[in-house]
Design a protein around this ligand. Structure first.
Ligand code: CU
Length: 267
């Protein structure tokens, strides 16, 4: 109760400042409920991450690497997602407009909450740039040894693979468990393309007149005829037939690969 002679301070809209705008609850109470919602939404997001498998076929060592990074970042994003959803959901339910023309009070972002938010999300962003970002990139590129070298050229709108034996093919056939160095390019005067095999995850630009490299070790047999993850797909919008700029990939046993090479080279 206010002491006799004192007038309880009211906000501009006539509400008691200790309760949040006519909801009858104190600010602390609102924060406590929203906090519980935050925990619930975070748990849901983390559980979804643990249960989901959104990845295409894992066809190479490098794919596991990439999937691990993706999953880790989804976990790290769960509390951020949970907080946004809790604030959104709670506001929609509790602070819903009572009628047309009613507007909420303006929020001035100079308090503790926006500062903590800014520092936390910036820190998270910098952390993922370093790990798994830069450290992962360094690890993927450290080993420059390879068993097989294949040149791949992308142009509007197809791919061609050139093998060391001197023949070229419009399918990419690779021996399983052999580390392959790809030399990727596009003809001068063409446009940028991007070499990407979903089953291998890694992706790199095919730049006209330049050579870029990727090192990939396929670990699972696969065939583009039955699994769309086994295809070279252009991943850089390059014109009218960009979406159809693909080439099937086959990962086969070493003996089968050698037989295929002998057959192609003998033609
Ligand atoms: Cu392209």
């Amino acid at each position: 109760m206010p002491r006799p002679g004192t007038v309880p301070r009211l906000c501009a809209r006539g509400h008691n400042p200790r309760t949040a705008h006519g909801t009858g609850l104190t600010v602390n109470r609102h924060l406590a409920i929203a906090g519980i919602l935050w925990v619930v939404f975070t748990a849901l997001a983390a559980a979804g991450t643990a249960l989901m498998n959104p990845f295409p076929t894992v066809g190479a060592e490098e794919a596991e690497f990439s999937d691990h990074a993706f999953r880790l970042m989804t976990y790290m994003g769960s509390p951020v997602f949970g907080l946004v959803m809790a604030a959104l959901f709670y506001s929609v339910v509790k602070f819903r407009a009572k009628g047309p023309g009613e507007d909420g009070p303006p929020i001035k972002g100079t308090g503790l909450v926006p500062r903590v938010w800014l520092v936390t999300t910036s820190t998270l962003a910098v952390v993922v740039m370093i790990y798994p970002g830069l450290t992962g990139l360094a690890e993927l590129r450290r080993d420059r040894t390879y068993d097989l070298e294949v040149n791949v050229t992308g142009f509007r709108w197809a791919w061609v693979a050139q093998y060391p034996e001197g023949f070229s093919a419009q399918e990419l056939v690779l021996p399983v468990d052999q580390r392959v160095k790809f030399n990727i390019t596009a003809p001068a005067g063409d446009v940028l393309h991007s070499f990407w095999v979903p089953a291998f995850r890694l992706k790199i630009d095919a730049v006209p007149g330049q050579i870029t490299n990727l090192y990939i070790t396929p670990t699972e047999l696969g065939d583009g005829a039955t699994d769309a993850a086994y295809r070279v797909q252009c991943a850089e919008l390059c014109g009218l037939y960009h979406a159809r700029m693909s080439m099937p990939v086959r990962v086969v046993e070493v003996e089968e690969y050698e037989a295929w090479v002998a057959e192609k080279a003998g033609q």
